[in-house]
Design a protein around this ligand. Structure first.
Ligand code: AR6
Length: 168
């Protein structure tokens, strides 16, 4: 089973094989963790993203990490929270699972996720963490030996405490 590690702080400093971006469907940048990743990776990241023709909600696409310590950025698009009856949980699980599938297809062993959709997309944090952890565990059990470590990078104290409690 892959090791699941809670990390407190800025995902852009993590030297994992890949970090995941909480992007939007344009893949052309934004605020929050997306803005931080683009600033830290440098302008070549935006040039690479322009060639990807966007990304549907629940899906993911990969680029190099450019100036980041991580080798790759996997750009995943989580759902906007619209009350919970609009396939939000399914789409959030898809964003995590599709990111992991792309990682495996690039022989990525260590991967860091931000708390996708829990910022401006307003997904309730505890619900999102439950979906994220279950999806990662199920994936790693279904493809044993492929991913060795998954970091949950928690930037805000509320998410950090939720992940520590759910994973202990
Ligand atoms: N490292 C790790 N986590 C971070 C960082 C960081 N440097 N900065 C913020 N977070 P958000 P979303 C956390 O809003 O809700 C963008 O504009 C933050 O505390 O970045 O999926 C995109 O372009 C929160 O828990 O992403 C989209 O338009 C988590 O990252 C939209 O926001 C996600 O918050 C996506 O919204």
């Amino acid at each position: 089973m892959a090791q699941l590690t809670v990390y407190k702080g800025d995902i852009t400093t993590l030297a994992a094989d890949a970090i995941v971006n909480a992007a939007n469907t344009s893949l052309l940048g934004g605020g929050g963790v997306d803005g931080a990743i683009h600033r830290a990776a440098g302008p070549e990241l935006l040039d690479a993203c322009r060639k990807l023709n966007g990304c549907k909600t629940g899906e993911a696409k990969i680029t190099p990490g450019f100036l980041l310590p991580a080798g790759y950025v996997i750009h995943a698009v989580g759902p906007v929270w619209r009350g919970g009856n609009n396939d939000e949980a399914l789409l959030l699980a898809n964003a995590y699972r599709n990111s992991l599938q792309i990682a495996v297809s690039h022989s990525i062993k260590t991967i860091a996720f931000p708390n996708i959709s829990t910022g401006v997309y307003n997904y309730p944090k505890e619900n999102a963490a439950t979906v994220a952890i279950k999806t990662v565990k199920d994936f790693c059990e279904s493809q044993p030996g492929m991913i060795s470590e998954v970091f949950f990078a928690c930037f805000d104290a509320e998410n950090y405490n939720i992940y520590v409690n759910l994973l202990q």
